[in-house]
Design a protein around this ligand. Structure first.
Ligand code: ZN
Length: 70
C-alpha cells in the first residue's frame, strides 16, 4: 500500500491515522496530517486521538477495517 505522509511535517501517517483524518476532516481529504499534527490542529492530545481510533474500530467503522487497503 501507498505510504501517506503528513503534509505539515512529512512524517509517515499509518493507515489508522489516514482513516482518522478522513473520519474527522471529511472523506475527500487529499492531504493528511500525522497524529501529532492532527492533535495540534484539533487542539487535543495524541492520546485522545488514539482513543478515537480505538472507538471507531470497536464501532466497526468501514474506514478502519483491516481489508480497507487499496
Ligand atoms: Zn505531521
Amino acid at each position: 500500500m501507498k505510504v501517506r505522509r503528513c503534509y505539515n511535517c512529512g512524517q509517515p501517517a499509518n493507515k489508522d491515522v489516514v482513516a482518522l483524518n478522513q473520519k474527522l476532516l471529511g472523506r475527500s481529504v487529499n492531504r493528511v496530517l500525522c497524529i501529532k499534527c492532527l492533535a495540534e490542529y484539533l487542539e487535543c492530545t495524541e492520546e485522545e486521538l488514539l482513543d478515537r481510533i480505538k472507538q471507531f474500530k470497536e464501532e466497526g467503522c468501514a474506514l478502519f477495517a483491516d481489508d480497507n487497503v487499496s
